[in-house]
Structure formats: structure tokens, C-alpha cells
Design a binder for this molecule. Structure first.
Ligand SMILES: C[S@@+](CC[C@H](N)C(=O)[O-])C[C@H]1O[C@@H](n2cnc3c(N)ncnc32)[C@H](O)[C@@H]1O
Length: 217
């Protein structure tokens, strides 16, 4: 873990229970925009990604709640958390007995936050920092994919990758709070939860987070 990323995450977040999923402790920030500005200053990149990693998003929270109610979905199984952000879904899976978890995110700050958060919850997990969407799906039992349909381009890449995984026999769980590019026609709703995201970009409103499986081909 690069020392500067680690110091940045620790300086700009506070380790605390995740609202609505208190058994998962995460390094969370309060405000997106000041933190985004700090990332831009730190990296010298005005186009730096939003610091998704410092917040728990509606899709991930819904998956966490689903796993709490349905531990058998991951217990004793190998889990892959795509677009992991803080590592929320992977950590929630480990809490209910996953055999192991791998978390993937393209943002180097996210990779650092995932490692810190995993450790804070007493877990070790593999963290992948590259874009896996151009690769074959991983050799795992379950893929968790929380909150990725906020951008058309990303949503257009994630769906076929998840479908490819499903066609290879991997279980896929998608979590989403009603984002614009959610491919609803390709999904089957499994559960719905009231969740409160930790980002003020979403007004900290209670919102409906839904968990889906992929429609069979
Ligand atoms: C809204 S956050 C969701 C984080 C977490 N799953 C949750 O629900 O709290 C979306 C995450 O997707 C990541 N991301 C974007 N493109 C990606 C890609 N090609 N592969 C992996 N992660 C990606 C972003 O860096 C960001 O951390």
C-alpha cells in the first residue's frame, strides 16, 4: 500500500460503523466535494475521480443487507466484489462467512481504502487495482456488483461482463438504488431495502436500494 495514499485516506476519513450495516466498519468521510478537491490537489489532476471509496453507496448497502438476511448466498464461497469502492460488499460477505474475497476497483485510493477497511474488520483480502472488465470473469463462485450504473459507459461494459460470468455458472448479485443506466430489463429483483447513503450528494435521504440477479439467458 503506497504510504502517501494510506496517509491521505487516514487523514481524510474516520473509521466508524456503516449506517444500517453497523457490523461493517469503514473509513468514511462526511462531505464529497471538499474531499474531491483534496484529491485533486493531492494528485494534481483536476479530472480525478470522485472519492467514491470514502462513502457507502446505496447499491453496496443493499447488497450488505441482503447478505445479512441471506448468508447462504456467500457462506463458504469465493466472492469477487466488482467496483468495490470502500470494500463494503466484500467485507459484508466475509462477515457472513465467505471463504475468501477479492475486491476490484480502478481507483488507487479505493484500493488503499479497501485494504485499510478489510484490516479494520479483521480480514485479509486480495485487492485488484486494474480494470478487469476487458478480461475474462474471475474463477470465483459469486460476483457482487454494487452501484455501477451511474455512468452510461461503465454500465454498458459491466452488464455484458456480468452476463458472461453468469453464463460460466457464477452467481451474480447486483445492488442499485435506482440509477439512471440500470439495465432493468436484464435483471430480476430479489429484495428491496430502505438505505441511507453516507454521501451528502444524495442528501442523505432514505432511498430504496434493490438487489437483483441477472435474468437468465
Ligand atoms: C458508486 S461506487 C460503488 C462502491 C461500492 N460498490 C458501494 O456500493 O458502496 C462505484 C465504484 O466503481 C469504481 N469503478 C469505476 N469503473 C470501474 C472499473 N472499470 N472497474 C472496477 N471499478 C470501477 C469506482 O472507482 C467506484 O469506486
Amino acid at each position: 500500500m503506497a504510504a502517501s495514499y494510506r496517509a491521505f485516506v487516514l487523514r481524510n476519513t474516520r473509521l466508524r460503523p456503516t449506517p444500517g450495516l453497523e457490523e461493517v466498519r469503514l473509513h468514511l468521510a462526511d462531505d464529497v466535494l471538499p474531499l474531491w478537491h483534496a484529491v485533486q490537489v493531492e494528485t494534481g489532476d483536476l479530472d480525478a475521480d470522485l472519492p467514491y471509496w470514502a462513502f457507502a453507496w446505496g447499491g453496496g448497502l443493499a447488497i450488505g443487507r441482503y447478505l445479512r438476511e441471506h448468508p447462504q448466498a456467500v457462506a463458504g464461497r469465493r466472492v469477487f466484489d466488482l467496483a468495490s469502492g470502500s470494500g463494503l460488499c466484500a467485507i459484508a460477505a466475509m462477515h457472513v462467512g465467505a471463504a475468501g474475497a477479492t475486491a476490484a476497483d480502478i481507483d488507487p485510493f479505493a484500493a488503499t481504502a479497501i485494504e485499510l477497511n478489510a484490516r479494520a474488520n479483521g480480514y485479509r483480502m486480495t485487492v485488484i487495482r486494474r480494470d478487469v472488465l476487458d478480461e475474462d470473469p474471475p474463477d470465483v463462485d459469486v460476483i457482487l456488483a454494487g452501484d455501477w450504473s451511474y455512468e452510461a459507459r461503465l454500465a454498458g461494459r459491466v452488464l455484458p461482463w456480468l452476463q458472461q460470468a453468469r453464463d460460466r455458472g457464477i452467481d451474480v448479485l447486483v445492488g442499485d438504488p435506482g440509477r439512471r443506466y440500470l439495465p432493468s430489463d436484464e435483471l430480476v429483483e430479489l429484495a428491496s431495502y430502505e438505505v441511507r447513503t453516507t454521501s451528502e450528494l444524495e442528501d442523505l435521504e432514505l432511498t430504496q436500494g434493490r438487489v437483483y440477479a441477472l435474468r437468465s439467458s
